[in-house]
Design a protein around this ligand. Structure first.
Ligand code: YSA
Length: 353
């Protein structure tokens, strides 16, 4: 019996896993286990011997059960420790960088401008980049062969097969082109709406031009148009003044100089004093909406069965280049960087949303 005890306890101590432990349990305590058989054999022994051996066998059974329990506990703990080791995470490891894009500097500048005008009660609207000759030129008092057309070198679309919806969903008149300024939206908006209103129109424009550090063939403008009863040049100056204040603070000033645009009378070019750089920034053109533009809008409305809504009202308009402002805001020396497609340039704006 001593032998059996030594053998059993040693085997249990050395069991390598729970599976081996289960086999040992069956070997000693199972239905046909060694200890069970010894127990059965008791019946054939004389009473005194049976009693003594019975007690010894019970003690051995308890010892084996205890040993099995202890070993099982140890094996479970060991397995847990190994699992923890295996699945260990080093939380101090540097993370994997997630690539976050950013907004393009022109988008940022455009949003800043739109926000300024929104705070002044303007509504932002957008128009098509492919435009018809009628809205880009004719309705703005620049008929075919008018020398003023030379102010805007134009990309024309080839062929007659294209058609473009006008402001009322009808087919737009005239040849198609890439809009050379955002001013055609003045006409589109007026045809479809009645005054009074204040709008700004941000957007991309195209000119068949030689490029240099301050001129691109593709650039962005912000158009403004305010129409109502009693609108004057003073309102225009006030609007540009508010823009200057919002952009460059209380030290900023504005300057207007007479200039010719066919769709305004009087017309002006305007500049904003940039206190930090101590210089005037020529931003764009402006003026009082020309009566001929109102007349073209009224005629267009009439041809579509709408009443002429532009009588007894006046309006001012302006159009400024967005790239110039973004160049200053982000310290960019050459306008061609904006759409040169170089990642090194764009990555500087990563994460700016
Ligand atoms: C004038 C009167 C109004 O009642 C309304 C709008 C205007 C502006 C007019 N539609 C226009 O396009 N005038 S502009 O040809 O002088 O351009 C306006 C601004 O766009 C310029 O002052 C300049 O800031 C920018 N711009 C013009 N050509 C550019 C350019 N920016 C970058 N590259 C070019 N090639």
């Amino acid at each position: 019996m001593r032998e059996l005890e030594q053998e059993a306890l040693a085997a249990i101590r050395e069991a390598r896993d729970l599976e081996a432990l289960k086999t040992l349990k069956a070997r000693y305590l199972g239905k046909r286990g060694l200890l069970t058989q010894e127990m059965k054999a008791l019946a054939s022994l004389p009473l005194e011997e049976r009693k003594a051996k019975g007690q010894a066998l019970n003690a051995l059974k308890e010892a084996i059960e205890r040993a099995l329990e202890e070993r099982e506990k140890a094996l479970v703990e060991e397995e847990l420790r190994r699992a923890l080791e295996r699945e260990r995470q080093d939380v101090s490891l540097p993370g994997v960088e997630v690539f976050i894009g950013g907004l393009h500097p022109i988008t940022l500048m455009e949003r800043e401008l739109v926000e300024i005008f929104r705070s002044l009660g303007y509504q932002a609207v957008e128009g098509p980049e492919v435009e018809s000759e009628f809205f880009n030129f004719d309705a703005l008092n620049i008929p075919e062969h008018h020398p003023a057309r030379d102010m805007w070198d134009t990309f024309w679309l080839e062929g007659e097969e294209h058609s473009l919806p006008g402001p009322l969903g009808e087919e737009a008149r005239g040849r198609l082109l890439l809009r050379t300024h955002t001013s055609p939206m003045q006409v589109r908006y007026m045809v479809a709406h009645t005054p009074p209103f204040r709008i700004v129109v941000p957007g991309r424009v195209f000119r068949f031009e030689q490029t240099d550090a301050t001129h691109e063939a593709v650039f962005h403008q912000l158009e403004g148009l305010v129409v109502g009863k009693g609108i004057t040049m003073a309102h225009l100056k006030g609007a540009i003044y508010e823009l200057a204040q919002a952009l460059y603070g209380p030290e900023s000033r504005v300057r207007f100089q007479p200039v010719y645009f066919p769709f305004v009378e009087p017309g002006a070019q305007f500049a904003i004093w940039w206190p930090e750089g101590r210089k005037w920034l020529e931003l764009g053109g402006a003026g009082m909406v020309h009566p001929k533009v109102f007349q073209a809008v009224n005629e267009y409305r009439k041809s579509r069965g709408l009443p002429p809504a532009y009588q007894g009202v006046t309006g001012f308009a302006f159009g400024l280049g967005i790239e110039r402002l973004a160049m200053l805001r982000y310290n960019i020396p050459d306008i061609r960087y904006f759409f040169g497609g170089r990642l090194k340039f764009l990555e500087q704006f990563r994460g700016i949303l």
